[in-house]
Design a protein around this ligand. Structure first.
Ligand code: ARG
Length: 474
């Protein structure tokens, strides 16, 4: 099936050749002034040089040839020589019908399937998902689905944040509350209980409490750092606690992602990269890339052409503890070893762009990836409140994703119920579907890298999706 772009290109090409111009000038692109037209062709400007004519004259001639086109409802020549194009509705309708009748809606699978890993979601264990995590999940999932649809082997990895100071903080707070637990007894050699010593709601409360305490109490913070270090260096009881924390959190996370209709092939986390760290570090040192600077182990990643400073990539902290960088690099080793991806795409908040520049350069320089493995950072903007600042709850905290979804669901349900044409159950089900579509549509209709404003009650989104639905119905 010929896609729409091909059909448009052919049509404009015919117009160009009919007027005696080379068809190579007839390239149609998506308009960069969507307020004026849907598509455009700038070919007259380029052709003007070859034919020594005014671009506008060429544009006018070709526009005239397109007057009764079955593809375009409008083809307008505008100064200095653009062709502004609008697709005919009957052409769109035919096209949609053809899509419906074709296998896979007319999409042809690639002849060169690649293995692509996509790192998205990125929730932090024991911290609730907040609206910031929504974008990564929604954008990442759609890229993954598009990739699979095109015939690539897409592997989504949730890459949980489960290896940093937050783990040490939770362990420290648990020890404060329940010091008698066997996990804290160094001499304990038996089996640890199968049952976690906390529930998900307790866990969600423990982390902020611990984090708050560590900001006020130096000694507490010291202990949390020590616990992090010991966890990372194989203390048995802490490893068992980490497993409990992970199990409880993953069950909860899966529920949350299911509500978003988002799923992952791999449920790996930063902690899974741990076994790859020692060998990676040893090799970086042996090859002369990693050196000690102010106590920490670093690799230089700046390049001559840099216009902004790119600081060295830190591999280990001065106390030998690994950090966000270490696990990300070791995860690259793990991914290369196990899945040999041709590309790894990271769907992460754009504020981490410099960080990923460091990571990618370090991975290349130290040979963690093959020369032809692509590393792509897909940074997204923040979701802002109506004041233009990162989205917060009325109390000033970060809004939980579940609260946002419930809020939008509720609003939609009320709107649907007002009509009183549906049963309660049907209204609830419809509300769920439309609300989720609204959230996703709101996210995906915005350019990923741009920040955007979400009204606190989600109504803006609902209005937009409702308008869209009306359009489709018409
Ligand atoms: N957990 C991180 C955060 O909340 C995102 C992880 C992104 N992925 C990665 N490989 N670093 O900021």
């Amino acid at each position: 099936m010929k896609n729409l772009m091909e059909q448009m290109n052919e049509e404009v090409m015919c117009a160009f050749t009919a007027c005696g111009y080379d068809g190579k000038y007839a390239r149609v692109t998506v308009s960069n002034r969507l307020d004026l037209c849907e598509f455009q062709c700038n070919g007259a400007l380029a052709a003007a040089k070859e034919y020594k004519k005014a671009p506008m004259a060429i544009a006018l001639e070709t526009a005239q040839k397109l007057e009764n086109s079955p593809v375009f409802s409008a083809a307008e020549a505008v100064k200095p020589g653009f062709l502004n194009l609008k697709v005919k509705e009957s052409c769109l309708a035919d096209y949609l019908c053809q899509m419906m009748e074709s296998e896979d809606y007319g999409n042809e699978k690639t002849a060169h399937p690649k293995t692509v890993m996509i790192d998205y979601g990125g929730p932090n264990i024991a911290k609730p998902l907040h609206v910031g995590h929504l974008r990564s999940a929604v954008i990442g999932e759609s890229i993954k689905r598009m990739g699979s649809y095109a015939g690539h082997h897409m592997i989504g990895d949730v890459h949980m944040g489960d290896w940093g100071l937050q783990m040490g903080l939770i362990i420290t707070e648990l020890q404060e509350r329940k010091p008698q637990l066997s996990y804290f007894d160094d001499g304990f050699e038996g089996e640890y209980p199968k049952e976690a010593p906390f529930t998900i709601s307790e866990l969600e409360e423990i982390y902020p409490t611990a984090s708050g305490k560590s900001k006020e109490d130096e000694d507490y913070k010291e202990r949390a750092m020590q616990a992090t270090y010991e966890l990372q260096h194989g203390r048995r009881g802490y490893g068992a606690l980490l497993n409990h924390i992970l199990n409880v959190s993953v069950t909860d996370l899966k529920k949350n992602y299911e509500n978003l209709n988002v799923s992952f092939e791999l449920w790996k986390g930063e902690s899974d990269a741990q076994p790859y760290i020692p060998e990676m570090v040893r090799k970086m040192k042996e090859d002369g890339f990693a050196y000690i600077s102010e106590g920490a182990l670093v690799v230089d990643v700046k390049e001559e052409t840099d216009t902004k400073e790119v600081p060295p990539c830190m591999i280990l902290k001065s106390d030998g503890a690994s950090l966000y960088n270490t696990t990300d690099l070791a995860t690259i080793v793990e991914r290369m070893e196990n899945w040999h991806p041709a590309e790894i795409i990271y769907v992460v908040d754009k504020r981490q762009e410099l960080y990923f520049t460091q990571i990618f350069r370090c991975a290349r320089k130290t040979g963690l990836v093959d020369a032809d493995t692509k590393l792509t950072f897909l940074g997204f903007g923040t979701m802002n409140g109506s004041n233009g600042k990162p989205f917060k709850t009325r109390e000033g905290g970060v809004m939980r994703l579940s609260a946002l979804l419930e809020d939008i669901n509720g609003q939609m349900y009320r709107k649907i119920s007002e009509n009183q044409t549906m049963s309660e159950a049907e209204a609830a089900e419809t509300a769920k579907v439309v609300a989720l579509s609204a959230v996703k549509y709101g996210d995906l209709s915005n350019q990923a890298s741009k920040d955007y404003i979400l009204t606190s009650n989600g109504l803006l989104l609902l209005k937009e999706i409702r308008d869209r639905i009306y359009c489709i119905q018409l």
